[in-house]
Design a protein around this ligand. Structure first.
Ligand code: M6R
Length: 580
């Protein structure tokens, strides 16, 4: 995780770098900091917590044309100012911001004769640079050769009016404008200021100067790179017009789904469905919420295309004894396209010479670069850590994908359109929240596609309201978990498939018989009394996983707010999980 950015230009860069850090805050918010050149010296300002704390420490008169910045998600060492980046080398020659992990930092540390002030791997890296000889770039390259692990770094040298960049595995990009050069961990830092950017490949280096950027390979040879056009990138909806990004993003779902529909059916999205049809089976791989999208994607393909599908959690697939097949398409779903476990599995599959497809929401992300087929989602930028609109657009995209593979999409086009035009944002009843917020033990149950909503609903509640809850298949309750049901337990039952209504009714009866309370979420009436009921609008069954999750997202959000938590920045999490 962690986000880095750096700016060098004719004007003061402090504000631009702080503004860039705010865009990257989703990558971690344990601490943040900047370092800059001032009269031939390196100065640093750091703060624990969110970037607004850092801003308070930066006086108006602080000014520099050469600035690097960092927002941290702690990996090595606790959350404190000493461990906050930038880290300055022992003799004060260099300052470094780093996203990634130096896996061999303990070994490297043993060979350096330094008094380390922090517990971080980055302080080892910057001292490694200082210990080398040559120009600053040569010293950075020599140090990088000794590092095992991942890094995107920006480095200041106190006597050089430049910023040095290096990348291996962690994302890094740089853009050149008329007023200077800017670099960052993702494309959002360029919003509104640059039309093109350069995306680093592994083991590429660069020197940023006021008037441009020069790129080098690991041997120090200057290389030329092609800039990519970022004018089409959706920067538009980043401003917060609600109290929280999560609320804004929940409300944006109908619009994001409409956009997805129009991309496929009237804006001529280019995708080679014919090539995909040749595969006999599919293996979906992802983490967290994206894994839940995969469960639904697999159900859609099995239902509509009658092709065999497997679904794996990336961190399990990676070390598992998988059976590989060239007739199988390996599909990686990831909002960010940077998740370390997902990326590692995609690389593993590529190394075996097999085909990789990815479904991602961020253009030019690392996953897109190694995939043979890229299917974009059109959620727009998702800022809140808890995924909402990225999830529903993934599910909708995978549904349309499955329909196209079975040539059903065009036939069902009107139905898809009716769905996106009629779906409203669904509110969660405040009084109901009052009632159910007294429960400390909550289970989510459902069958088939509703089971996926149960998993995702429970994940949302854990993630932002810190409630100990569990999503599980309704039919599994009686195989153990029923022992936990008592009058203090709330079971949220999701039931949107008419063929499974009777089965769900039996499960609800079993819970009631043990004194458990039930909140039923459904688009039709059931022949069983429940304590609470949320009525969903009635759409075709294939759309119901998208419909049923929205009140569950609302529930988690309202729960978190009621408990006094900031839903956008849940503890211990970051949006882009670039550690394994
Ligand atoms: O960027 P990705 O979709 O690969 O992220 C995967 C998970 O880390 C992510 O979905 C996580 O589970 C969400 N924060 C859940 O809301």
């Amino acid at each position: 995780m962690c986000g880095i950015c750096a700016g060098i230009g004719h004007e003061n860069q402090i504000d631009d770098v702080v503004c860039g850090l705010k865009k990257l805050e989703y990558r971690g918010y344990d601490s943040s900091g900047i370092a800059f050149l001032k009269n031939g010296e390196i100065q640093a300002i750091k703060s624990v917590g969110q970037i607004k704390n850092l801003e308070k420490k930066i006086d108006d008169e602080v000014c520099s044309h050469v600035v690097i910045g960092h927002t941290r998600w702690a990996t090595h060492g606790s959350v404190c100012e000493e461990n906050a980046h930038p880290h300055i080398s022992q003799n004060g020659e260099f300052a470094m911001v780093h996203n990634g992990i130096v896996e061999n930092f303990e070994n490297l540390k043993g060979n350096l004769n330094c008094n380390f002030k922090s517990q971080t791997d980055t302080e080892v890296f910057v001292n490694l640079v200082e210990a080398e000889s040559g120009t600053p770039l040569e010293r950075l390259m020599k140090a990088s050769r000794k590092v095992v692990g991942s890094f995107a770094v920006a480095l200041l040298h106190k006597n050089t009016n430049s910023i040095f960049l290096a990348k291996r595995k962690s994302p890094l990009m740089v853009a050149v404008g008329k007023d200077g050069v800017f670099a960052g961990s993702d494309i959002s830092v360029f919003a509104g200021k640059f039309d093109f950017c350069y995306i680093f490949e592994d083991d590429e280096f660069a020197i940023m100067e006021e008037d441009g950027v020069k790129f080098f390979d690991l041997n120090g040879n200057q290389i030329s790179k092609k800039a990519v056009d970022i004018r089409d990138f959706d920067f538009y909806d980043e401003d917060l017009n609600e109290d929280f990004y999560m609320l804004k993003e929940i409300k944006e779902q109908p619009a994001a789904l409409r956009k997805t529909y129009f991309k496929f059916f009237s804006e001529g999205l280019q995708f080679d469905f014919e090539a995909i049809k040749k595969f006999k089976s599919f293996h979906f791989i992802a983490c967290g919420t994206a894994y839940h999208s995969c469960l639904l994607g697999a159900q859609f393909i099995q239902q509509f295309c009658k092709k065999d599908c497997k679904v794996s959690i990336a961190s399990e697939f990676r070390y598992g004894s998988n059976i590989y097949s060239k007739n199988c398409l390996y599909v990686f779903v990831s909002q960010s396209g940077e998740t370390a476990d997902t990326m590692a599995c995609a690389s593993l599959v590529k190394e075996k010479g097999l085909k990789v497809m990815c479904v991602t929401n961020v253009p030019y992300c690392s996953l897109n670069k190694l995939a043979d087929f890229v299917l974009p989602t059109f959620a727009g930028r998702e800022v809140a850590v808890a995924s909402t609109k990225a999830y529903t657009t993934q599910v909708f995209t995978l549904l349309i994908f499955a329909l196209f593979l079975n040539d059903k999409a065009t036939r069902l086009q009107d139905e898809l359109k009716r769905f996106v035009l009629n779906l409203e944002n669904l509110q969660f009843n405040e009084c109901l929240l009052e009632e159910i917020s007294k429960f400390k033990k909550i289970f989510f149950i459902g069958r088939e596609q509703d089971y996926v909503s149960a998993l995702e609903g429970a994940l949302k509640l854990k993630e932002i309201a810190y409630l100990n809850c569990l999503g599980m298949p309704a039919g599994e309750l009686k195989h153990g978990t029923l022992a936990l049901i008592d009058p203090q337990t709330l079971v949220i039952a999701i039931s949107t498939q008419r063929a499974l209504k009777g089965k769900m009714e039996s499960n609800i009866e079993e819970i009631k018989a043990r004194g458990g309370k039930v909140l039923l979420i459904s688009n039709f009436k059931h022949n069983v009394e429940t304590d609470f009921f949320v009525e969903l609008p009635d759409f075709d069954e294939m759309f119901m996983p998208i419909v049923s999750i929205i009140p569950l997202q609302q529930l988690a959000l309202n729960f978190a707010l009621k408990l006094g938590y900031n839903p956008d920045k849940p503890r211990n999490l970051a949006k882009s999980v670039t550690v394994e």
